[in-house]
Design a protein around this ligand. Structure first.
Ligand SMILES: *[C@@H]1O[C@H](CO)[C@@H](O)[C@H](O)[C@H]1NC(C)=O
Ligand SMILES: *[C@@H]1O[C@H](CO)[C@@H](O)[C@H](O)[C@H]1NC(C)=O
Ligand SMILES: *[C@@H]1O[C@H](CO)[C@@H](O)[C@H](O)[C@H]1NC(C)=O
Ligand SMILES: *[C@@H]1O[C@H](CO)[C@@H](O)[C@H](O)[C@H]1NC(C)=O
Ligand SMILES: *[C@@H]1O[C@H](CO)[C@@H](O)[C@H](O)[C@H]1NC(C)=O
Ligand SMILES: *[C@@H]1O[C@H](CO)[C@@H](O)[C@H](O)[C@H]1NC(C)=O
Ligand SMILES: *[C@@H]1O[C@H](CO)[C@@H](O)[C@H](O)[C@H]1NC(C)=O
Ligand SMILES: CC(=O)N[C@H]1CO[C@H](CO)[C@@H](O)[C@@H]1O
Length: 462
């Protein structure tokens, strides 16, 4: 008991000194490709150690208490493979991404319907998108292609009551899909909207189709209309609430909220070649750098909202900065003009992460990257560090490994109606019309009546 208390106090005061042994840290040399690959190999092994889904009899990709983390893990494995060339985890990640897609191929896995928010579903969709762009072999054991799965998420979110909602705030995606999910249902947040924006922009570029770019632009426009994205300061807020018709922005800074919009703008510029998207991209890059890559921390990325005070990031928040770095590197590949601006932050982050990976006598990585190993331990820390080392390989892959699209040899097949029918061909949902909206209340009443009727019938049965 006493030891624990002492440890907690010491952790708060002297994280670096107590836990780190610099001799035990991962050593990287930014000019040396092999050293970066070696570091990524150690941290990814640590991440994989937390994953049971590749064991026989287990459900691939399942994380019962935090389902979206499976998408973050898959995305890190993909990113690791793309930048290092090591295929060790490809089978496990392919199985996980394939299995979690659900019967309709839209990442609304029936096991997680009450958990799943639009942001969670989006994370899986964007991981499948990266699988198509990085040319992962086709999904295992399902009839959908990677692009089909992304289209499944896209269709499900844009056409369904549980996604895009224009009954409040003039549009936008809610955070949670169902009223029973609580407060999140009454919020419209940056990561759900920016995440869909990114997903639709990536589809536009991959398939070279305007309809996806139109939806991306519509979502971007809505985000600026409520102030989630501020085009004067390029600050990205966290959320707005339907309670006041989205008039007040929660300004809390989370790196991945910036990251989703950054990557989306990059694809919109690549697809449309319109300078307005490059201006937006540059504005967001500058604010991302100024907000999260602070000179006082050696330029390493920090999730300042939870790291600076108390260092109490939760398991979700620990993943944000790794995702942000991953999307930044992707931006540099999609829009090479931004490469020089982005590289330093990426490299400084890898340097900080390596020093933090000095824990437990086996190079375990911590959460905060600017003060040695901070005693935090978990899959999330390993995932974020893996992303940092992988993307620091950017100078060695340059633009030769830019994400594929149909013009550059990407051949994941398009399935424009994915996500609208189940495997067995039955319709999953009908696209919303104004009539449906007006009728929703009546439908619910009829449905409840039907349930009561059925219950009575069952009670009276034999
Ligand atoms: C490192 O050591 C810790 C503590 O013993 C352990 O929990 C963790 O699984 C180890 N990590 C690796 C990658 O071996
Ligand atoms: C995952 O499981 C497959 C099949 O059992 C196996 O071949 C592969 O080596 C495993 N992957 C890892 C990274 O352990
Ligand atoms: C849902 O959960 C069950 C029980 O754990 C599992 O067998 C099944 O594979 C899961 N379904 C999906 C699509 O993950
Ligand atoms: C987005 O806003 C711009 C500027 O107001 C407008 O020109 C464009 O048509 C809008 N796009 C969509 C898809 O609504
Ligand atoms: C890759 O970068 C070089 C040098 O910056 C440039 O000339 C070339 O067009 C780029 N290729 C692609 C596919 O962007
Ligand atoms: C994608 O990978 C396959 C092997 O799985 C390879 O045959 C094909 O050439 C690759 N496509 C591109 C554009 O690199
Ligand atoms: C894409 O091309 C590769 C290599 O030719 C092939 O193995 C793969 O099945 C193709 N994928 C699709 C979805 O057509
Ligand atoms: C609450 C908070 O600190 N918000 C800041 C988030 O970052 C932007 C710049 O990107 C600042 O303008 C906000 O003040």
């Amino acid at each position: 008991m006493r030891i624990t208390q002492f440890t907690q106090i010491a952790t708060a005061i002297l994280p670096g000194l107590l836990f780190s042994d610099y001799a035990q840290a991962l050593t990287i040399n930014l000019e040396d490709q092999d050293s970066l690959v070696a570091a990524a190999k150690v941290s990814v092994e640590g991440a994989f150690g937390y994953y049971n889904g590749n064991n026989s009899g287990a459900t691939p990709g399942a994380f019962d208490f935090s389902w979206w983390e499976g998408a973050a893990l898959c995305n890190a494995f993909l990113n690791y493979w793309h930048f290092t060339g090591d295929e060790t985890y490809n089978y496990a990640l392919n199985m996980a991404l394939s299995w979690q897609a659900g019967d309709a191929g839209d990442y609304l896995n029936e096991n997680y319907t009450t958990y799943c928010g639009n942001d969670d579903q989006m994370q899986w969709g964007n991981a499948a998108m990266a699988a198509a762009e990085y040319n992962l072999s086709d999904p295992i054991g399902i009839k959908y292609s990677w692009i089909g799965l992304v289209q499944g998420v896209y269709n499900n979110q844009k056409d369904n009551n549980e996604g895009w909602d224009d009954t409040t705030c003039g549009g936008g995606f809610r955070w949670q899909k169902l009223p029973v999910q609580g407060t999140g249902y009454h919020m419209k947040n940056a990561v759900s909207n920016g995440g869909f924006f990114q997903l639709a922009a990536r589809l536009a570029q991959y398939l070279q189709k305007d309809e996806y770019a139109d939806w991306a632009e519509k979502t971007y426009n809505w985000s600026t209309s409520v102030g989630l994205v501020n085009e004067k300061t390029w600050a990205v807020g966290d959320s707005v609430s339907t309670g006041d018709n989205c008039k007040t922005v929660d300004p809390t800074n989370w790196s991945y909220n910036y990251g989703v919009y950054l990557n989306g703008c990059a694809y919109m510029y690549a697809y449309t070649k319109k300078s307005i998207w490059l201006d937006r991209l540059n504005g967001l890059i500058d604010s991302t750098m100024a907000t999260f890559f602070l000179p006082k921390y050696g330029g390493t990325i920090s999730e300042k909202t939870c790291e600076a005070v108390g260092n109490n990031c939760d398991r979700n928040q620990k993943l944000f900065k790794g995702l942000t770095l991953m999307w930044m590197a992707n931006v540099a590949l999609v829009v090479p003009e931004t490469y020089d601006k982005l590289l330093k932050g990426i490299q400084d982050s890898a340097t900080g992460a390596a020093i933090s990976c000095s824990g437990q006598g086996n190079k375990t990585c911590g959460d905060r990257w600017y003060s040695g190993y901070d005693g935090k331990i978990g899959m999330e820390e390993q995932i974020s560090a893996t992303n940092a080392f992988s993307v620091a390989l950017l100078p060695f892959v340059k633009n030769s490994s830019a994400p594929l699209n149909t013009l550059t040899g990407g051949n994941s097949s398009s399935n424009p109606n994915a996500g609208t029918t189940y495997d067995n061909g039955l319709p999953k949902f009908a696209p919303i019309t104004t009539g449906d909206r007006a009728g929703a209340g009546i439908m619910t009443a009829v449905f409840v009546g039907g349930m009561v009727g059925m219950a009575v019938f069952m009670l009276m049965g034999p």
